[in-house]
Design a protein around this ligand. Structure first.
Ligand code: ADP
Length: 480
């Protein structure tokens, strides 16, 4: 493999290219006119503009991207995450054009891309599933029966759903009909597939996922867990590895279950098996993400591995260069997704010009970044600017490094999740590991973040005043 086209943008495009460069592989960037000056474009060996800013006129144009790859004689395409990464037809088209798709086979993507097909695939492997329906459901009376037997609250989910979208919590029978209609119409317009199903709503779950790797020689291993329970709108914003609550026994059990899920769909490459863990430490299979995950760096920091390098090696047909028994967890890593979002306005995107953009630096601080000062944050894409990841020998050390790194970060021009992140990392519930996916709803209010910032500002002003008075005293000393 001599040349890879990276069919993505932002931090992940850059992150993939850095590993390719390390491995002596040339890279091709693609970009929309909105990303002309983006770091991933300047970093690549070659770069091709593929269209206008909206994704469906640029980053989602599979055929055009394949043509660019062929014209520039690339051997492979890395899809990153989002965009075409979980598009089974695209993966197939890449292979049909004699290019290597750095990811699983089209069939595996298809199976795991549908939550219902995924549940069906793992059924024979004794994997615990959240109680619920196995088929898409359209009949309201049937839905009522099922909901009653599961017990409210229940969750209506879109089979094709993703990114936390297409989910509706139903508290009681009288809401069921209206919510189901809404869910079907949302699923149809958002995913072009109106299939919905019912799941028991686990009331205070933790989101624990297992990173797996599978090669073309039949070896599958897991690289332990990531905890992703700090979410807003059912979407992750803070992650860590390892989880603060998993025992070695539970870790082994979940790891083995994840390997079986991968086997159930003949998985190849790097993938993530997501589980919910309830109060009594029962875990349930949620879904499998058939790509590199946003939060993969925390796994890299605790294992010392480069997941993109392993993806490339597997795509070249090489063996995974270790076995399960070789793997160990060393230290602890935490990650904050730095989004251009306004936490005081329900985490809505906050786009604009990055007037000031300075990243933290130091030991045990990693920033996977896709922006630079003077750039506009476009409205067309996911508003994540960067990921801030810190490492420590212990969880507490990783968190303290994180807080220091957040304090060093300087972004002006857009609102971000940095202050929110600091709020979480300083929070008692997070520090003591006693939290679940309801953390944001339970503890976070923008005023709290503000009052914290105000207290800090007041404290800083008082300290400055004290210093000033001390300085004055010192100046006066010789005369007194
Ligand atoms: P998506 O594909 O949209 O990311 P997931 O099925 O992975 O959807 O779920 C995303 C998040 O939604 C989970 O991490 C969890 O917080 C919440 N969730 C999903 N299913 C349930 C459930 N049955 N009970 C409680 N929370 C759930």
């Amino acid at each position: 493999m001599k040349k890879i086209l990276v069919a993505n943008r932002g931090e992940i495009a850059l992150r993939i290219m850095k590993t390719a460069k390390k491995m002596g592989i040339k890279t091709v960037a693609i970009f929309s006119t909105a990303d002309r000056n983006a770091p991933h474009v300047t970093f690549a060996d070659e770069a091709v503009c593929i269209g206008n800013p909206p994704s469906n006129q640029s980053y989602l144009l599979g055929d055009k991207i394949i043509k660019v790859a062929k014209d520039l004689q690339a051997d492979a395409i890395h899809p990153g995450y989002g965009f075409l990464s979980e598009n089974a037809e695209f993966a197939q088209a890449v292979e049909d054009n004699n290019l290597i798709f750095i990811g699983p086979k089209s069939e595996s993507i298809k199976t795991m891309g549908s939550k219902l097909a995924a549940k069906d695939a793992v059924k024979h492997y004794n994997i615990p599933l959240v109680p619920g329906t196995e088929q898409a459901i359209t009949d309201i009376n049937e839905a009522k029966q099922i909901a009653k037997s599961i017990g409210f609250p229940i969750l209506i989910k879109a089979s094709a759903g993703g990114g936390g979208k297409g989910m509706r919590i139903v508290q009681s029978e009288k809401e069921l009909e209206a919510q189901m209609k809404r869910a079907i119409s949302e699923a149809t317009s958002a995913f072009g597939d109106g299939s919905v199903f019912i799941e028991k709503y686990i009331s205070s779950p933790r989101h624990i996922e297992i990173q797996i790797l599978a090669d073309t020689h039949g070896h599958t291993v897991h690289l332990f867990e990531r905890e992703c329970s700090i979410q807003r709108r059912h979407q992750k914003v803070i992650e860590e590895a390892p989880s603060s609550i998993l025992t070695p026994e539970l870790r082994d059990k979940m790891g083995e279950a994840a390997i079986l899920v991968a086997k159930s769909c003949h998985y190849i490459g790097a993938g993530t098996v997501e589980f919910l863990l309830d109060d009594d430490n029962n875990f349930y299979f949620l879904e499998m993400n058939t790509r590199l995950q946003v939060e993969h760096p925390v796994t890299e920091l605790i294992t010392g591995l480069d997941l993109v390098e392993l993806q490339i090696k597997i795509a070249r047909g090489e063996n995974i260069p270790f076995i399960q028994a070789d793997l160990d967890i060393t230290g602890h890593a935490v990650e904050l997704r730095v989004y251009a979002e306004d936490p005081s306005n329900n985490f809505l995107p906050s786009v604009g010009l990055l007037k000031s953009y300075q990243l933290p630096e130091g030991n045990n601080i990693r920033v996977d970044n896709g922006f630079k000062q003077g750039m506009e944050v476009p409205i067309y894409y996911d508003p994540m600017l960067a990921k801030l990841i810190t490492y420590g020998n212990t969880r507490e050390e990783a968190i303290l490094n994180m807080i220091n790194a957040i304090n060093q970060y300087k972004i002006e021009g857009v609102e971000t999740t940095l202050g929110f992140g600091k709020f979480v990392f300083e929070h008692h519930a997070f520090r003591t590991g006693k939290f679940d996916t309801n953390f944001v709803n339970m503890y976070y209010a923008p005023e709290l973040q503000k009052s914290e910032a105000e207290t800090e500002a007041k404290l800083a002003a008082l300290l400055a005043l004290k210093q000033y008075q001390l300085d004055l005293k010192q100046v006066r000393l010789p005369n007194s």
